[in-house]
Design a protein. Structure first.
Length: 399
């Protein structure tokens, strides 16, 4: 008998999402009765606002929502996204320049598929969200990491990008506020990077999923607002998951120039067709309805942000840059490495995260998931009591 043909080499090379893997392990331990506190998932602990749920329930009574709709999204939702893009990103677009996707993750995937050709180099500022390099690889691109440490507030400079640029560089990933660091680029920093990308004809994939979660008066200025001429070579990625506590509803979108949206739309027409219509109606309500509850959640995140930064900073050997966006702290824990803790010597943050889970029953994501070792990501999108208890466990562990 002839041996079976092999699996796809491309898919076999793709790594499992590290954040989801840690979160699944934490939930399994919790289900087994262990008092594990998890900082792993980037998921608000709040319920989706009731008026959004009510809009979805109402949509269930309209038979039109039980049929195929345009693959690029409901026209009324695309109009609402266009209004949001003008309001928050300073870019005027037509609904035809928008595709509604199954969450922001599909938008990221399709953005790279639209603008990356085999062998293209994609500049990827690090620390980065764990999905970016895999999505680049699926488009046959080559991710080129450009690392900025805690001393730079995890923000890359034009000089670093230029040093990494080659004749094969065609795309830059730009994320502000950042997952995993929570860093927010200033308007001046954003403008400088945008002008550099424009000068060199480089596409920009800008993930704006956290743009409404900013603190201390910061504003996440969109790169296309900072440099309007860049709009012809930029794809914006966004969604309702983080701002409205709608991670499970799976509604995101991509916004870009007509030619890029055309090829991405052709892909989606074969890949998934339209996003669930009930979820689209819920997203429409989120974008067009009252923003009071979204603001309440933002204020709660801000309170938790200040708490976790203050408490983590009490641990000797831990440096915590002040995150001005998203809902993550990204402490530099290199001061804890190369030392013995509870009879174990840890050399990497992979080993450190295992030690923390075993000894303190706290789940964190190691820096290796986002770039170099030496860092941990802690999401503070969990209840106030659990957040404080988890950090106090770390204080006792490393005290």
């Amino acid at each position: 008998m002839t041996e079976r043909a092999p699996l796809s080499r491309k898919l076999s090379a793709i790594a499992e999402s590290a954040t989801l893997k840690v979160d699944a392990k934490a939930k399994a331990l919790q289900a087994a009765g262990r008092p594990v506190i998890s900082y792993a998932a980037g998921e608000p602990d709040f319920a989706t606002p009731q008026f959004i749920v009510d809009a979805a329930a109402e949509a269930l009574h309209d038979p039109a929502n039980f049929r195929y709709t345009p693959a690029a999204g409901l026209p009324v939702l695309r109009e609402a996204i266009a209004a949001k893009t003008l309001r928050d990103s300073g870019l005027e677009v037509s609904p035809a320049q928008i595709i509604v996707t199954n969450g922001g993750k599909q938008a990221v995937y399709q953005a790279f598929q639209a603008v990356v050709n085999p062998g293209d180099e994609v500049l990827l500022p690090a620390p980065y969200w764990t999905t970016y390099p895999e999505a680049i690889a699926l488009a046959d691109g080559i991710p080129v990491e450009v690392f900025a440490g805690a001393d730079q507030d995890y923000k890359v400079t034009v000089e670093q990008l230029e040093a990494a640029r080659t004749e094969k560089t065609t795309v830059l990933v730009f994320v502000s506020p950042s997952n995993p660091t929570g860093s927010v680029y200033t308007p001046e920093e954003t403008r400088a990077i945008g002008e550099w990308a424009l000068e060199h004809g480089i596409w920009v994939v800008s993930d704006e999923i956290y743009q409404n979660l900013v603190y201390e008066g910061a504003r996440a200025v969109s790169i296309v607002e900072a440099v309007p001429a860049l709009a012809g070579q930029t794809i914006l990625v966004n969604g309702v998951a983080k701002t409205y506590a709608m991670t499970g509803w799976r509604v995101g979108w991509m916004v870009g120039p007509a030619d890029a949206i055309k090829v991405a739309g052709n892909l989606q027409s074969h890949l998934s067709s339209n996003v669930n219509n009930i979820a689209q109606r819920a997203a429409l309500a989120a974008l067009t309805g009252p923003q009071t509850e979204a603001e309440d959640m933002r204020q709660a995140f801000d309170r938790r942000r200040r708490l976790i930064v203050s408490e983590l900073s009490k641990i000797p050997g831990v440096e915590v840059p002040n995150p001005l966006g998203a809902f993550y702290a990204y402490p530099d824990v290199r001061g804890l490495l190369g030392r013995e803790w509870h009879g174990k010597t840890v050399s990497t943050t992979l080993e450190l995260a295992d030690l923390i889970l075993d000894e303190a029953e706290v789940a964190v994501v190691p820096g290796e998931a986002f770039g170099p070792s030496g860092y941990l990501r802690l999401s503070y999108a969990l209840g106030d009591d659990a957040l404080l208890e988890g950090v106090q466990r770390l204080q006792r562990l490393f005290g």
